[in-house]
Write a protein that binds this ligand. Structure first.
Ligand SMILES: *Cc1c(COP(=O)(O)O)cnc(C)c1O
Length: 245
């Protein structure tokens, strides 16, 4: 018999807690964001009934109707996280739908998010996406030689200063995606470098509350938690495989 979403939520929460304890961390310090892209409102509702309140989507068009239906069905407030690449012209849609944005990868997009959020009177928590692995296909600030080549962080540092001055955005930390691999251990060095980058930024900008690390997907979230993840973004392990992606 197929396992239900609520059974999967319990299992995943156990795996999160076990990974946190292995690293001497409090499981409560790891936020589970359920990634519902390609899945319907029924999946959101099942995860909600299993206790989840944070959900992630990667496309504005797909998210809009789901977020609106979820609002009308679910009694408690849920928090929506934008985890996909943002085209500048879609920034206003992102600001109206999402409380968190994990994928700020250039100043222009941050500026557009700030403008539209300001008009709506909203604040958005943002994470800066960085590309530590040198894969050309990946979005994010290119830091694949960091820290060996420290000047690679220069444009990131400049943009963080500019983004920190935008009144409707709060920089909360970093997001990264290691190259896909069936072996989660291959993600570990990338996660370690992201944590080192977080600590470096904290030294440079001690007044910013930017300690969050959004790392860990279905294939590698336990390793990510061992390496300091504070937000895991999980789809497949909760909802099963996706037909399209
Ligand atoms: C789809 C997606 C996830 C979830 O991936 P799974 O491997 O299904 O857990 C996480 N982060 C981002 C940015 C995604 O696009």
């Amino acid at each position: 018999m197929a396992t239900t979403i609520s059974e999967q939520v319990v299992r995943v929460q156990e795996r999160i807690a076990a990974a946190a304890r292995r690293a001497g961390r409090d499981p409560a310090d790891v936020l589970l964001v359920a990634v519902t892209k390609t899945h319907g409102v029924d999946a959101i509702q099942a995860a909600y009934e299993a206790g989840l309140r944070h959900f992630g989507e990667n496309r504005v068009e797909e998210a809009e109707s789901k977020i609106n239906s979820a609002k009308s069905i679910l009694p408690d407030l849920v928090t929506w996280h934008m985890i996909g690449h943002i085209q500048s012209r879609k920034a206003a849609g992102v600001s109206s739908l999402f409380s968190w944005v994990h994928s700020v990868d250039r100043l222009k997009v941050a500026g557009k998010l700030n403008e539209s959020a300001s008009v709506l009177g909203r604040d958005i928590d943002v994470l800066i996406e960085v590309n530590l692995s040198g894969e050309a296909s990946k979005e994010g600030y290119a830091l694949f030689q960091w820290p060996d080549n420290p000047t690679q962080a220069d444009s990131l540092l400049q943009d963080i200063e500019a983004i920190a001055a935008l009144p409707a955005l709060r920089i909360r930390g970093l997001m990264a995606m290691p190259p896909f691999s069936p072996d989660p251990e291959l993600s570990r060095p990338v996660f370690r470098r992201l944590r080192a980058l977080r600590d470096f930024l904290h030294d440079r900008f001690p007044t910013l509350d930017c300690q969050q690390l959004s790392i860990g997907m279905s294939g590698d979230f336990e390793v990510a938690i061992e390496e300091g993840s504070t937000i895991v973004r999980l789809g497949t392990v909760l909802f099963g495989g996706r037909k399209v992606d």
